[in-house]
Design a protein around this ligand. Structure first.
Ligand SMILES: Cc1ncc(COP(=O)(O)O)c(C=O)c1O
Length: 427
């Protein structure tokens, strides 16, 4: 691996000294005596997010109903305003993104919009490794049309149990396929799919393509508009640090603005006429038209602060640091954890991996428990993966070093032996 690294702890401290993003760490509430490696699951709270949430609450307190139109950022337009700031992180035009609802509901919305069961292209390509909620949502949309998901889903199998081969997806793009819907980064192995390539191939065959960006947004730059992706969904509580249950987002390529939203509601109505309260639905001809009901404002406000931090840091610099940190982590795993039965489950090439390292071990569940007791917060994904995500905004290189040193101690002492093999409710 990279000869640029050294195994001594001192080296990690030197990397921290040289880190031009190091001051961003002070913008976050770090957990006392904990090393947080779970920013890919629930990012930490920034002081900026706290400020924006408090501002919105205070204005509600002071203004009551007027908060919709007279707040410093009038809440009637708040979703659109935040969406404009979010759009550059996915390489979209400002009006192609709307923050709304949850990722799962947004999947329902895009599938309800684009699935065309009455045409010859009535199959949807999914992969077997995607986060299961995506599958549940797509299957239920198919069932809502009185169709059998078994017949209308084409499932891409993984060749190695970790990754999806893009060529297998391309081979599945047959004449009866209408939609390909895949994750950008696989939640377990961290594989980053080649979205540009897949989009090009799908469009050559007249197929629509969409992605779930939950594990890449805030970690990896995207060019959704340039690539021509048809639609995308994602959550904002992982790398984007917008808080537990924060409002999610969806992207609709502008060529589809005229399409009827599959899930309609009055907040998708043409804004200037929304309060005419007419019975005939007339949606905005931009992503905002895919809104349904009132935005969950307090679940959105932290994203405003969080995006401020992201724009200051710059996604390019964050991606560079993230790749560097995870390269360093993989180097340490190979040097320091040699001989303890670990393997690295994520692809090695930078262009094929997201923001976390997938550390595999047959005792992963119990090692994960031992890590938590020693003050490290990773997460476990069955059957054998410990996910370690150094977040470029607030994780130090020295923390990466310490995590690997702690794992070595756990293995030396077989400290995982005392834990149950039963998983807790949340791992
Ligand atoms: C790829 C992916 N999609 C969706 C979700 C969750 O969806 P929701 O925000 O609706 O709970 C997750 C959660 O980890 C995920 O990893």
């Amino acid at each position: 691996m990279e000869a640029e690294f050294k195994t001594a702890e001192e080296f990690s401290k030197k990397l921290d000294e040289k880190d031009e993003l190091k001051d961003f760490r002070d913008r976050f509430y770090l957990l006392k005596d904990r090393i947080y490696m779970d920013g890919n699951s629930l990012g930490l709270m920034s002081k900026d997010s706290e400020d924006t949430l408090k501002r919105v609450m205070n204005e509600w307190q002071e203004m009551g109903i007027d908060v919709w139109t007279k707040a410093s950022s009038p809440l009637f337009y708040y979703a659109e305003k935040i969406s404009q700031k979010l759009a550059p992180l996915v390489g979209a035009d400002e009006d192609e993104v709307i923050v709304h609802s949850s990722t799962t509901v947004n999947i329902h919305s895009v599938i309800a919009t684009f699935f065309a069961p009455d045409t010859p292209r009535n199959k949807i390509v999914l992969d077997e490794l995607n986060f299961p909620t995506d599958r549940y949502a797509v299957e239920s949309q198919i069932r809502l049309k009185n169709l059998d998901p078994e017949k209308h889903i084409v499932e891409i199998k993984s060749r190695d149990g970790r990754t999806i081969d893009e060529e297998d997806v391309v081979n599945a793009m047959q004449d009866d396929v209408g939609i390909v819907f895949l994750p950008s980064v696989l939640y377990r192995s961290g594989q980053l799919l080649d979205m540009a390539y897949l989009t090009e191939r799908a469009h050559e065959k007249g197929i629509l393509i969409g992605f779930d960006l939950s594990h890449s947004v805030g970690a990896v730059p995207h060019k959704l508009s340039e690539w021509g992706v048809d639609f995308a969904v994602w959550c904002n509580y992982k790398y984007l640090n917008a808080g537990p249950g924060s409002v999610a987002a969806l992207y609709i390529n502008r060529r589809h603005f005229g399409k009827e939203p599959g899930l309609a509601g009055w907040h998708g109505y043409i804004k200037a006429k929304q309060f005419d309260l007419l019975n005939e639905f007339e949606h905005e001809r931009h992503a905002g038209g895919w809104q349904t009901g009132t935005t969950h404002i307090f679940s959105l406000a932290p994203l405003e602060g969080s995006l401020k931090v992201f724009h200051e840091a710059g996604l390019g610099r964050l991606r560079e640091k993230s790749l560097h940190m995870t390269s360093y982590m993989m180097y340490l795993i190979e040097e320091i954890l040699k001989g303890y039965g670990f393997s690295i489950g994520n692809p090695r090439e930078n262009k094929r991996r997201g923001g976390h390292v997938a550390l595999e071990h047959q005792e992963a569940l119990r090692i994960n428990e031992a890590l938590k007791e020693r003050g490290v917060i990773p997460d476990f994904r069955p059957p054998n993966v410990i996910r370690l995500a150094p977040a470029a905004l607030y994780t130090q290189y020295n923390e990466v070093w310490r995590v690997i040193a702690i794992i070595k101690d756990i293995m030396e002492e077989k400290a995982y032996d005392k834990y149950s093999k039963e998983r807790g409710v949340i791992s």
